[in-house]
Design a binder for this molecule. Structure first.
Ligand code: FAD
Length: 333
Protein backbone atom coordinates (compact mmCIF):
# COMPACT_ATOMS: atom_id res chain seq x y z
CA UNK A 1 0.00 0.00 0.00
CA UNK A 2 1.42 3.39 -0.85
CA UNK A 3 0.90 6.41 1.40
CA UNK A 4 -1.21 7.94 -1.38
CA UNK A 5 -4.37 9.32 0.13
CA UNK A 6 -3.03 9.09 3.69
CA UNK A 7 -2.12 12.50 5.03
CA UNK A 8 -1.29 14.18 8.29
CA UNK A 9 -0.05 13.23 11.73
CA UNK A 10 -2.38 12.46 14.61
CA UNK A 11 -1.75 12.49 18.32
CA UNK A 12 -4.26 10.74 20.59
CA UNK A 13 -4.87 13.40 23.26
CA UNK A 14 -5.40 11.34 26.39
CA UNK A 15 -7.40 13.11 29.09
CA UNK A 16 -8.54 12.31 32.60
CA UNK A 17 -11.39 14.45 33.93
CA UNK A 18 -10.81 16.80 31.01
CA UNK A 19 -7.15 17.33 31.83
CA UNK A 20 -4.71 16.44 29.06
CA UNK A 21 -1.98 14.00 30.10
CA UNK A 22 1.58 15.27 29.88
CA UNK A 23 2.62 12.51 27.48
CA UNK A 24 0.12 13.75 24.89
CA UNK A 25 1.62 17.24 25.06
CA UNK A 26 5.08 15.70 24.66
CA UNK A 27 3.83 13.81 21.60
CA UNK A 28 2.47 17.04 20.15
CA UNK A 29 6.02 18.42 20.44
CA UNK A 30 7.44 15.49 18.47
CA UNK A 31 4.45 15.43 16.12
CA UNK A 32 5.01 19.10 15.28
CA UNK A 33 8.62 18.38 14.28
CA UNK A 34 7.56 15.42 12.09
CA UNK A 35 4.67 17.34 10.53
CA UNK A 36 6.94 20.25 9.61
CA UNK A 37 9.40 17.84 8.04
CA UNK A 38 6.65 16.14 6.02
CA UNK A 39 5.03 19.52 5.30
CA UNK A 40 1.74 18.22 6.61
CA UNK A 41 -0.75 18.99 9.37
CA UNK A 42 -0.67 17.94 13.00
CA UNK A 43 -4.04 16.94 14.43
CA UNK A 44 -4.89 16.05 18.01
CA UNK A 45 -7.84 13.73 18.53
CA UNK A 46 -9.64 14.27 21.80
CA UNK A 47 -12.15 11.66 22.96
CA UNK A 48 -14.41 11.93 26.01
CA UNK A 49 -17.48 13.69 27.35
CA UNK A 50 -17.66 17.45 27.91
CA UNK A 51 -13.97 17.79 27.07
CA UNK A 52 -14.16 20.48 24.38
CA UNK A 53 -12.53 23.08 26.65
CA UNK A 54 -9.24 21.22 26.49
CA UNK A 55 -9.04 21.67 22.68
CA UNK A 56 -7.36 25.07 22.91
CA UNK A 57 -4.57 23.64 25.07
CA UNK A 58 -3.80 21.18 22.27
CA UNK A 59 -3.51 24.05 19.78
CA UNK A 60 -1.27 25.96 22.21
CA UNK A 61 1.07 22.96 22.36
CA UNK A 62 1.46 22.60 18.59
CA UNK A 63 -1.62 21.07 16.94
CA UNK A 64 -3.03 22.67 13.77
CA UNK A 65 -6.39 20.97 14.22
CA UNK A 66 -8.29 19.23 16.98
CA UNK A 67 -10.92 16.59 16.32
CA UNK A 68 -13.28 16.35 19.30
CA UNK A 69 -15.35 13.20 19.75
CA UNK A 70 -17.78 14.02 22.53
CA UNK A 71 -20.35 11.48 23.72
CA UNK A 72 -21.78 10.40 27.11
CA UNK A 73 -20.56 6.84 26.46
CA UNK A 74 -17.00 8.17 26.25
CA UNK A 75 -17.05 9.71 29.72
CA UNK A 76 -14.69 7.09 31.16
CA UNK A 77 -12.20 5.09 29.15
CA UNK A 78 -13.72 1.80 28.01
CA UNK A 79 -11.90 -0.19 25.35
CA UNK A 80 -14.71 -0.90 22.90
CA UNK A 81 -16.34 2.53 22.44
CA UNK A 82 -12.97 4.31 22.36
CA UNK A 83 -11.61 1.84 19.79
CA UNK A 84 -14.73 2.17 17.65
CA UNK A 85 -14.63 5.97 17.66
CA UNK A 86 -10.91 6.05 16.87
CA UNK A 87 -11.24 3.52 14.02
CA UNK A 88 -14.16 5.40 12.47
CA UNK A 89 -12.29 8.70 12.65
CA UNK A 90 -9.21 7.10 11.09
CA UNK A 91 -11.27 5.67 8.22
CA UNK A 92 -12.85 9.07 7.66
CA UNK A 93 -9.65 11.14 7.62
CA UNK A 94 -6.89 8.63 6.68
CA UNK A 95 -3.97 9.95 8.74
CA UNK A 96 -0.48 8.87 7.77
CA UNK A 97 0.94 8.55 11.29
CA UNK A 98 -0.71 8.08 14.70
CA UNK A 99 1.16 8.63 17.97
CA UNK A 100 -0.23 7.40 21.29
CA UNK A 101 1.22 7.64 24.81
CA UNK A 102 2.34 4.29 26.25
CA UNK A 103 0.16 4.75 29.33
CA UNK A 104 -2.23 2.13 30.72
CA UNK A 105 -4.93 3.49 28.38
CA UNK A 106 -2.62 3.88 25.37
CA UNK A 107 -1.24 0.36 25.76
CA UNK A 108 -4.79 -0.99 25.74
CA UNK A 109 -6.12 1.17 22.92
CA UNK A 110 -3.26 1.23 20.37
CA UNK A 111 -3.00 -2.52 19.63
CA UNK A 112 -6.78 -2.83 19.26
CA UNK A 113 -6.90 0.01 16.75
CA UNK A 114 -3.96 -1.35 14.77
CA UNK A 115 -5.48 -4.84 14.61
CA UNK A 116 -8.87 -3.54 13.55
CA UNK A 117 -7.57 -1.29 10.78
CA UNK A 118 -4.93 -3.85 9.71
CA UNK A 119 -1.75 -1.90 10.20
CA UNK A 120 1.45 -2.25 12.22
CA UNK A 121 2.22 -0.83 15.66
CA UNK A 122 5.61 -0.24 17.23
CA UNK A 123 5.30 -0.05 21.01
CA UNK A 124 7.47 1.88 23.48
CA UNK A 125 9.47 3.90 20.96
CA UNK A 126 12.32 6.05 22.21
CA UNK A 127 12.97 7.89 18.95
CA UNK A 128 10.88 8.81 15.89
CA UNK A 129 12.31 10.17 12.66
CA UNK A 130 11.36 10.48 9.01
CA UNK A 131 13.45 8.54 6.50
CA UNK A 132 14.58 11.07 3.95
CA UNK A 133 14.19 8.97 0.80
CA UNK A 134 10.96 7.07 1.48
CA UNK A 135 9.30 9.41 4.00
CA UNK A 136 8.58 6.32 6.11
CA UNK A 137 8.48 6.79 9.88
CA UNK A 138 11.59 5.31 11.51
CA UNK A 139 10.43 3.98 14.88
CA UNK A 140 13.28 3.09 17.24
CA UNK A 141 12.91 1.09 20.44
CA UNK A 142 15.14 -1.09 22.66
CA UNK A 143 15.05 -4.79 21.72
CA UNK A 144 16.54 -8.05 22.98
CA UNK A 145 16.56 -7.04 26.62
CA UNK A 146 17.79 -3.57 25.77
CA UNK A 147 21.03 -4.81 24.26
CA UNK A 148 20.28 -3.36 20.82
CA UNK A 149 18.19 -0.51 19.51
CA UNK A 150 15.90 -1.72 16.72
CA UNK A 151 14.58 0.69 14.09
CA UNK A 152 11.26 -0.51 12.73
CA UNK A 153 9.34 0.66 9.64
CA UNK A 154 5.83 -0.01 8.43
CA UNK A 155 6.20 0.42 4.66
CA UNK A 156 3.25 -1.69 3.48
CA UNK A 157 0.41 -0.30 5.55
CA UNK A 158 -1.01 3.00 6.68
CA UNK A 159 -1.33 4.63 9.13
CA UNK A 160 2.04 4.03 10.77
CA UNK A 161 1.35 3.66 14.50
CA UNK A 162 3.61 4.10 17.47
CA UNK A 163 3.31 4.31 21.24
CA UNK A 164 5.86 6.36 23.19
CA UNK A 165 6.51 6.26 26.92
CA UNK A 166 5.93 9.35 29.08
CA UNK A 167 9.03 11.50 29.49
CA UNK A 168 10.77 10.50 26.25
CA UNK A 169 9.74 13.38 23.96
CA UNK A 170 9.93 17.06 24.80
CA UNK A 171 6.84 19.25 24.86
CA UNK A 172 6.95 22.68 23.24
CA UNK A 173 6.54 25.91 25.13
CA UNK A 174 2.84 26.70 25.52
CA UNK A 175 1.92 29.41 23.05
CA UNK A 176 -1.46 31.07 23.61
CA UNK A 177 -1.02 32.90 20.31
CA UNK A 178 -1.59 29.70 18.34
CA UNK A 179 -4.96 29.16 16.67
CA UNK A 180 -6.42 26.30 14.73
CA UNK A 181 -9.46 24.49 13.56
CA UNK A 182 -11.66 22.52 15.95
CA UNK A 183 -13.69 19.79 14.28
CA UNK A 184 -16.60 18.19 16.08
CA UNK A 185 -17.12 14.54 15.34
CA UNK A 186 -20.47 12.98 16.14
CA UNK A 187 -19.65 9.45 17.35
CA UNK A 188 -22.19 6.88 16.19
CA UNK A 189 -22.36 4.84 19.37
CA UNK A 190 -25.21 2.78 20.72
CA UNK A 191 -25.69 0.61 23.79
CA UNK A 192 -24.39 -2.50 22.03
CA UNK A 193 -20.97 -0.83 21.86
CA UNK A 194 -20.69 -0.80 25.64
CA UNK A 195 -19.64 -4.34 26.49
CA UNK A 196 -18.51 -3.44 30.02
CA UNK A 197 -20.55 -2.14 32.90
CA UNK A 198 -18.70 0.24 35.21
CA UNK A 199 -20.03 -0.35 38.70
CA UNK A 200 -17.73 1.93 40.65
CA UNK A 201 -14.67 4.08 40.05
CA UNK A 202 -12.22 4.04 42.94
CA UNK A 203 -9.57 6.74 42.83
CA UNK A 204 -6.15 5.74 44.10
CA UNK A 205 -5.79 7.42 47.47
CA UNK A 206 -2.02 7.08 47.71
CA UNK A 207 -0.31 10.06 46.14
CA UNK A 208 1.63 8.83 43.12
CA UNK A 209 5.31 9.63 42.99
CA UNK A 210 6.17 11.02 39.58
CA UNK A 211 9.93 10.74 39.22
CA UNK A 212 9.50 11.50 35.52
CA UNK A 213 8.35 15.03 36.41
CA UNK A 214 11.15 15.85 38.91
CA UNK A 215 13.80 18.40 37.94
CA UNK A 216 16.39 16.76 40.17
CA UNK A 217 16.80 13.03 40.83
CA UNK A 218 19.21 11.50 43.30
CA UNK A 219 19.31 7.89 42.19
CA UNK A 220 20.69 4.99 44.21
CA UNK A 221 22.07 1.65 43.05
CA UNK A 222 23.32 -1.58 44.57
CA UNK A 223 26.54 0.22 45.51
CA UNK A 224 24.68 1.83 48.42
CA UNK A 225 25.05 -1.50 50.17
CA UNK A 226 21.85 -1.43 52.22
CA UNK A 227 18.34 0.01 52.35
CA UNK A 228 19.23 2.50 55.13
CA UNK A 229 21.80 4.17 52.86
CA UNK A 230 18.88 5.72 50.95
CA UNK A 231 18.36 8.11 53.91
CA UNK A 232 21.28 10.41 53.02
CA UNK A 233 20.07 10.33 49.38
CA UNK A 234 16.64 11.50 50.56
CA UNK A 235 18.35 14.33 52.47
CA UNK A 236 20.37 15.37 49.43
CA UNK A 237 17.28 15.22 47.20
CA UNK A 238 15.44 17.43 49.69
CA UNK A 239 18.31 19.96 49.76
CA UNK A 240 18.17 20.12 45.96
CA UNK A 241 14.37 20.22 45.74
CA UNK A 242 14.20 16.84 44.01
CA UNK A 243 13.24 13.22 44.52
CA UNK A 244 15.07 9.93 44.97
CA UNK A 245 14.93 7.16 42.38
CA UNK A 246 16.90 3.97 41.82
CA UNK A 247 18.11 1.15 39.62
CA UNK A 248 16.26 -2.13 39.20
CA UNK A 249 18.78 -3.82 41.49
CA UNK A 250 17.59 -1.79 44.48
CA UNK A 251 13.94 -2.27 43.55
CA UNK A 252 14.46 -6.03 43.33
CA UNK A 253 16.27 -5.91 46.68
CA UNK A 254 13.19 -4.21 48.18
CA UNK A 255 15.12 -1.05 49.16
CA UNK A 256 12.67 1.22 47.26
CA UNK A 257 9.34 0.69 45.52
CA UNK A 258 8.93 -0.07 41.83
CA UNK A 259 7.44 3.33 40.97
CA UNK A 260 10.90 4.83 41.69
CA UNK A 261 12.71 2.63 39.15
CA UNK A 262 14.53 4.28 36.27
CA UNK A 263 15.23 2.37 33.08
CA UNK A 264 13.91 0.18 30.36
CA UNK A 265 11.44 -1.63 32.58
CA UNK A 266 11.00 1.38 34.84
CA UNK A 267 10.46 5.02 33.98
CA UNK A 268 12.16 7.24 31.42
CA UNK A 269 13.35 10.45 33.06
CA UNK A 270 14.87 13.64 31.73
CA UNK A 271 15.64 15.83 34.77
CA UNK A 272 17.92 18.87 34.77
CA UNK A 273 20.18 17.01 37.20
CA UNK A 274 20.59 13.24 37.66
CA UNK A 275 22.96 12.05 40.39
CA UNK A 276 23.76 8.34 39.96
CA UNK A 277 25.01 6.97 43.28
CA UNK A 278 26.55 3.48 43.24
CA UNK A 279 24.96 2.67 39.88
CA UNK A 280 27.13 0.78 37.37
CA UNK A 281 25.49 2.14 34.21
CA UNK A 282 23.97 -0.98 32.64
CA UNK A 283 22.35 -0.30 29.26
CA UNK A 284 18.88 -1.03 30.64
CA UNK A 285 19.37 1.69 33.25
CA UNK A 286 21.05 4.18 30.91
CA UNK A 287 18.15 3.94 28.39
CA UNK A 288 15.93 5.53 31.02
CA UNK A 289 18.12 8.49 32.02
CA UNK A 290 20.64 9.29 29.27
CA UNK A 291 18.70 12.37 28.13
CA UNK A 292 19.14 14.06 31.54
CA UNK A 293 20.59 17.55 31.21
CA UNK A 294 23.48 17.12 33.68
CA UNK A 295 24.61 13.72 34.93
CA UNK A 296 26.81 13.36 38.01
CA UNK A 297 28.04 9.85 38.81
CA UNK A 298 29.50 8.68 42.11
CA UNK A 299 31.11 5.24 41.97
CA UNK A 300 34.07 3.66 43.72
CA UNK A 301 35.14 1.90 40.51
CA UNK A 302 36.81 4.35 38.12
CA UNK A 303 36.07 1.96 35.22
CA UNK A 304 32.29 1.81 35.82
CA UNK A 305 30.43 2.35 32.50
CA UNK A 306 28.33 5.15 34.05
CA UNK A 307 31.42 7.41 33.86
CA UNK A 308 31.34 7.19 30.04
CA UNK A 309 28.00 8.97 30.13
CA UNK A 310 28.47 11.28 33.11
CA UNK A 311 29.25 14.98 32.72
CA UNK A 312 30.88 14.95 36.17
CA UNK A 313 32.38 11.83 37.71
CA UNK A 314 33.32 11.38 41.37
CA UNK A 315 35.39 8.27 42.14
CA UNK A 316 34.74 7.42 45.77
CA UNK A 317 32.60 5.69 48.36
CA UNK A 318 29.04 6.93 47.95
CA UNK A 319 28.41 6.63 51.69
CA UNK A 320 31.15 9.21 52.29
CA UNK A 321 30.63 11.44 49.24
CA UNK A 322 26.88 12.04 49.80
CA UNK A 323 27.18 13.31 53.44
CA UNK A 324 30.07 15.53 52.29
CA UNK A 325 27.89 16.96 49.50
CA UNK A 326 25.02 17.63 51.94
CA UNK A 327 27.42 19.46 54.31
CA UNK A 328 28.88 21.49 51.46
CA UNK A 329 25.39 22.49 50.30
CA UNK A 330 24.33 23.48 53.83
CA UNK A 331 27.50 25.51 54.35
CA UNK A 332 27.05 27.35 51.08
CA UNK A 333 23.65 28.72 52.15
P1 FAD B 1 25.31 -3.01 39.90
O1 FAD B 1 25.39 -3.26 38.44
O2 FAD B 1 25.62 -4.13 40.81
O3 FAD B 1 26.30 -1.80 40.18
C1 FAD B 1 26.65 -1.34 41.46
C2 FAD B 1 27.72 -0.29 41.27
O4 FAD B 1 28.00 0.31 42.53
C3 FAD B 1 29.04 -0.82 40.73
O5 FAD B 1 29.42 -0.04 39.60
C4 FAD B 1 30.03 -0.63 41.89
O6 FAD B 1 31.33 -0.27 41.43
C5 FAD B 1 29.40 0.51 42.64
N1 FAD B 1 29.70 0.51 44.07
C6 FAD B 1 29.76 -0.53 44.94
N2 FAD B 1 30.00 -0.08 46.20
C7 FAD B 1 30.10 1.26 46.12
C8 FAD B 1 30.34 2.29 47.06
N3 FAD B 1 30.48 2.03 48.39
N4 FAD B 1 30.40 3.57 46.64
C9 FAD B 1 30.27 3.87 45.31
N5 FAD B 1 30.03 2.94 44.36
C10 FAD B 1 29.93 1.65 44.76
N6 FAD B 1 18.11 -2.00 35.43
C11 FAD B 1 17.64 -0.77 35.75
O7 FAD B 1 18.25 -0.02 36.50
N7 FAD B 1 16.43 -0.36 35.23
C12 FAD B 1 15.69 -1.11 34.37
O8 FAD B 1 14.62 -0.69 33.97
C13 FAD B 1 16.19 -2.41 34.03
N8 FAD B 1 15.51 -3.19 33.17
C14 FAD B 1 16.06 -4.40 32.80
C15 FAD B 1 15.41 -5.17 31.81
C16 FAD B 1 15.96 -6.37 31.42
C17 FAD B 1 15.26 -7.18 30.37
C18 FAD B 1 17.17 -6.82 31.99
C19 FAD B 1 17.79 -8.11 31.54
C20 FAD B 1 17.82 -6.06 32.96
C21 FAD B 1 17.27 -4.85 33.37
N9 FAD B 1 17.90 -4.05 34.33
C22 FAD B 1 17.42 -2.82 34.61
C23 FAD B 1 19.05 -4.56 35.14
C24 FAD B 1 20.39 -4.06 34.66
O9 FAD B 1 20.88 -4.93 33.67
C25 FAD B 1 21.40 -4.01 35.83
O10 FAD B 1 21.47 -5.29 36.41
C26 FAD B 1 21.05 -3.00 36.92
O11 FAD B 1 20.80 -1.73 36.34
C27 FAD B 1 22.21 -2.89 37.89
O12 FAD B 1 21.89 -2.04 38.95
P2 FAD B 1 23.02 -1.26 39.75
O13 FAD B 1 23.81 -0.40 38.81
O14 FAD B 1 22.36 -0.64 40.90
O15 FAD B 1 23.90 -2.45 40.32
Amino acid sequence: MSSLGYKGIWVFAEQRDGEIRNVSLELLGKGRELADELKTELTAILVGEGIGDASKELLYYGADKVIVADHPMLNLYVTEPYTKVMCEAIKLYNPEIILIGATAIGRDLAPRISARIHTGLTADCTSLEIEEETKNLLMTRPAFGGNIMATIICPEHRPQMSTVRPGVMVKRTRDEGRNGEIIELKPALNEDDMNVEIIEVVKESKKKVKIEEANVLVSGGRGLGKKESFEPLEKLAKELGGLVSGSRAVVDAGWIEREYQVGQTGKTVRPDLYIACGISGAIQHVTGMEESELIIAINKNADAPIFELADVGIVGDVNKVIPALIDALKNSK
